[in-house]
Design a protein around this ligand. Sequence first.
Ligand code: ADP
Length: 270
Amino acid sequence: MSHIATASAQQFEQELPYYEPVGNECALFEQAYQQRLPLLLKGPTGCGKTRFVSHMAAKLGRPLFTVSCHDDLTAADLTGRYLLQGGETRWVDGPLTRAVREGGICYLDEVVEARKDVTVVLHPLTDDRRLLPLERTGELLEAPDDFMLVVSYNPGYQHILKSLKPSTRQRFVAMSFDFPPPKVECEIVARESGLAYDRCAALVNLAASLRAMKGQDLEEGVSTRLLVYCATLINAGMPILDAACATLVEPLSDDQYVQQGLMEAIKATF
Ligand code: ADP
């Protein structure tokens, strides 16, 4: 019996989206889920927030509804709308409503990008009432225990008009993400790209010097995602400088001088 149980547990582990923990984030997520508290993830782009949420959703065995927010996203895009289907008007649930009905995790990536009316639906869901009012259908849905709301935003490129209001952010348990420490980042880049660990270590070292240039003329430092892209291209046989130019220079800046500076740092390493 126990042998069978171990085998299925192992199989389950293998099916989890790969996520390398950096601190206590997995325990904190699990606690927030169990205590029915909403969660806010803060951090730069490409540092593992989305991967973390899909890993945790799979670990908790809950369906995940991910929405990448943008400046046209309205409350109706989340809750649902009446659509004309085959000559009939039918209500179709949006991802937030589905997560509430099905007891899943709803992840709103870059929530500050969304229109203001989105906060109106989030507020009653993020206090102890955990309610989702659907004005159009006249329903008032009570979120089940296994529903969880997770939102993220990148404090790096906030401007005054687009930041979370205290009345919204103070409804969430929050945690900060950053690029993983070098050893962990090497593990991640090696595992994701298939490139040998020591070659990934060189890239992670390089990332440290490129990230140090942030603020001068760069808005964002090179992300773990871009390091994975770079290692993937190198592993596929692309010359290092070409791969680095396409993944660590071009996506970061359009400014010729900034690009030159980045390229010099890269050439000094390889
Ligand atoms: P974000 O949502 O913060 O923009 P992602 O979660 O999409 O970033 O991460 C980008 C990529 O970086 C992932 O696809 C994955 O390859 C890699 N990554 C970053 N951090 C981790 C981590 N801790 N464990 C596993 N992969 C990671």
